[in-house]
Design a protein around this ligand. Structure first.
Ligand code: ARG
Length: 448
C-alpha cells in the first residue's frame, strides 16, 4: 500500500492531534460553564421547534445541570483523548442518557458553540472587571475629597511647575476610570449579542428560533447576519481587549506615579508596609515591588489588543482554526487585570500622605504663576508685564512666595467637581444590562 512519505504510522496522528488541540484542553475549562448554559438554551429551543421530545429535553437539562454542578465544584476535566469542552460535554451526556445526547448538536456547529461560550464567559468577566474598577473609582474619589486641601508640586517635563493637590491627583485617576468605563460599556454592548444559530458560519436549514435562544440567554439582541456572527470571533475579543487596555493604562500610570512619589527624593506618599518588600543586602529598604509588578503587568496587558489584531489580521470571512489561539491570550487576561485593579485599590486605600511637602524651599518657585496672576488681578498689570516682573524678581533673588492658592474654576484645586465625575460614572454604570443577562442564566439553570 502506498504511504505518504511523512507517514510514521500512529505516532504521526498523535503528533498532529497534540499540535492541533494545543492548549485547548486547558483553555476550554474557562468556557465550561458557558458551554453548558449555551447547550441548555440551544436544546430548549430545539424542543420548541420540534427537534427534541419533551421528555428528552427534561432528561438532557437535568444532566446538563449536574455537569454544571460538577464544574462549580471544580471537578470537571477534559479527559485524555477528548479534544475540547464541546466534545467533553456531549460525551458525558451521551454516556449518561444515550441517544438523546446525540441529538443536541442539531442545527449547531462547534463554531457558533465556541462563539456563544466566549460571549457568555466574557459577559461574566466584564461584570467582574466593572465591579473591581467601580471599587477603585470609589476609593480614589473618596481620597480626592479627603485630601483636597493638601498641596503637592505639579510637574511638566518632570521639572517642578505649578501647585497641584492630592485632590487633583486622586481625582484625575478617578475621572480616567470614567472614560475607561465608557470603553467597557461599548465592549459590553458589542459582546452582548447572540451569535448562536450561525452554526458553522452560514446558518442552518433547520427552522431555528434564534430569538428564543437570545432571550433564554439574556442577550440584548442577536448578531443577525450569520456570516457576521462568525466574523465576530476575534472582533469581540479585540474590542473588549481595547477596553481592558484602557483600564490597564490608567493603572500603569498610577503605579508609576506611586513608585516615584514614594521614593525618598520625592517623599510625597508612603505605601503601607505590607505592600513593600525588603532587600537581601540593604537592611533599610522598603521597595514598592507591588506597584512595579502592577505596572509591568498592566503594560503587558496593553499589548493584548495588538496581539489579537495580529492573529486575526487579513483573515477573510469564515471560520479558521487560527481563532483558537486567541483564547490563550484573552481568557487568562481578566484574572491578571482584575488582580491589578484590586491590589491598586487596596494600596490607594491604605496610602499615607505627606501633608507638608510644599514647606520645603525647593518648591518655592511653583508659586511664581500665582504671583503673576495676583499682579494681574489686584494691581491690574498686563499679564506680560507681570510675567516679566516676577521673572526679574526671581533672577534677582527677590521672590518670596505666597503659599496660599486660590483656584476656583471647574476641575481645579479649589473646585474638584467630584460630584459631576461621580454622576458621569453612574450614568455609564446604569447602561450595563447585567441584570437581564445574569437573571436569564439563573432561570435557565432552574428550568428543570
Ligand atoms: N477549538 C476550536 C476553537 O477554539 C473549536 C472549534 C472547532 N471548529 C472547527 N471547525 N475545527 O476554535
Amino acid at each position: 500500500m502506498a504511504q505518504k512519505l511523512w507517514d510514521k504510522g500512529i505516532s504521526v496522528d498523535k503528533e498532529i492531534e497534540r499540535f492541533t488541540v494545543g492548549k485547548d484542553r486547558e483553555m476550554d475549562l474557562y468556557l465550561a460553564k458557558a458551554d453548558v448554559l449555551g447547550s441548555m438554551a440551544h436544546i430548549t429551543m430545539l424542543e420548541s421547534v420540534g427537534l427534541l421530545e419533551k421528555n428528552e429535553l427534561t432528561i438532557l437539562l437535568q444532566e446538563l445541570r449536574s455537569i454544571y454542578d460538577i464544574i462549580e465544584q471544580g471537578e470537571f476535566i477534559i479527559e485524555e483523548g477528548v479534544e475540547d469542552v464541546h466534545s467533553q460535554v456531549e460525551l458525558m451526556l451521551t454516556r449518561k442518557v444515550g441517544d438523546a445526547g446525540k441529538k443536541i448538536h442539531s442545527g449547531r456547529s462547534r463554531n457558533d458553540q465556541v462563539l456563544v461560550d466566549l460571549k457568555l464567559f466574557t459577559r461574566r468577566r466584564i461584570f467582574d472587571l466593572v465591579t473591581a474598577v467601580s471599587r477603585l473609582f470609589e476609593i480614589l474619589s473618596k481620597q480626592s475629597e479627603t485630601y483636597k486641601t493638601i498641596l503637592l508640586p505639579g510637574y511638566t517635563h518632570l521639572q517642578v511647575a505649578m501647585p497641584s493637590s492630592f485632590g487633583l491627583w486622586f481625582g484625575a485617576y478617578a475621572e480616567s476610570l470614567v472614560d475607561d468605563m465608557q470603553m467597557l460599556l461599548a465592549a459590553w454592548k458589542i459582546c452582548n449579542r447572540n451569535p448562536l444559530g450561525s452554526a458553522a458560519g452560514y446558518g442552518s436549514s433547520f427552522p431555528l428560533d434564534r430569538q428564543k435562544t437570545t432571550e433564554l440567554l439574556g442577550f440584548d439582541g442577536m448578531n443577525h447576519n450569520v456570516v457576521y456572527a462568525q466574523m465576530g470571533r476575534g472582533k469581540m475579543e479585540r474590542t473588549v481587549a481595547y477596553a481592558m487596555a484602557s483600564v490597564a493604562a490608567t493603572i500603569s500610570k498610577l503605579a508609576f506615579d506611586s513608585c516615584m512619589f514614594s521614593s525618598q527624593n520625592f517623599g510625597f506618599i508612603k505605601l503601607a508596609n505590607q505592600y513593600t518588600t525588603g532587600s537581601s543586602i540593604m537592611p533599610h529598604k522598603k521597595n514598592p515591588d507591588v506597584f512595579e509588578l502592577t505596572r509591568s503587568k498592566c503594560n503587558r496587558l496593553q499589548a493584548l489588543p495588538n496581539d489579537i489584531l495580529l492573529i486575526t489580521n487579513n483573515l477573510p470571512s469564515g471560520y479558521f482554526r487560527d481563532l483558537q489561539i486567541i483564547k490563550e491570550l484573552f481568557l487568562p487576561a481578566f484574572d491578571e487585570l482584575i488582580d491589578c485593579v484590586n491590589i491598586t485599590a487596596d494600596m490607594m486605600q491604605d496610602i499615607t500622605i505627606n501633608d507638608h511637602i510644599l514647606d520645603d524651599e525647593r518648591y518655592n518657585l511653583i508659586f511664581s504663576v500665582e504671583e503673576v496672576n495676583r499682579l494681574v488681578l489686584e494691581e491690574k498689570m498686563p499679564f506680560r508685564d507681570a510675567y516679566k516682573k516676577v521673572g526679574l524678581d526671581i533672577e534677582a533673588g527677590n521672590f518670596t512666595p505666597n503659599k496660599t492658592v486660590h483656584h476656583t474654576h471647574e476641575g481645579s484645586i479649589g473646585n474638584l467637581c467630584t460630584e459631576n465625575i461621580q454622576k458621569m460614572m453612574n450614568a455609564i454604570l446604569s447602561e450595563f444590562t447585567f441584570d437581564r443577562a445574569f437573571s436569564a442564566e439563573k432561570s435557565l439553570l432552574k428550568k428543570i
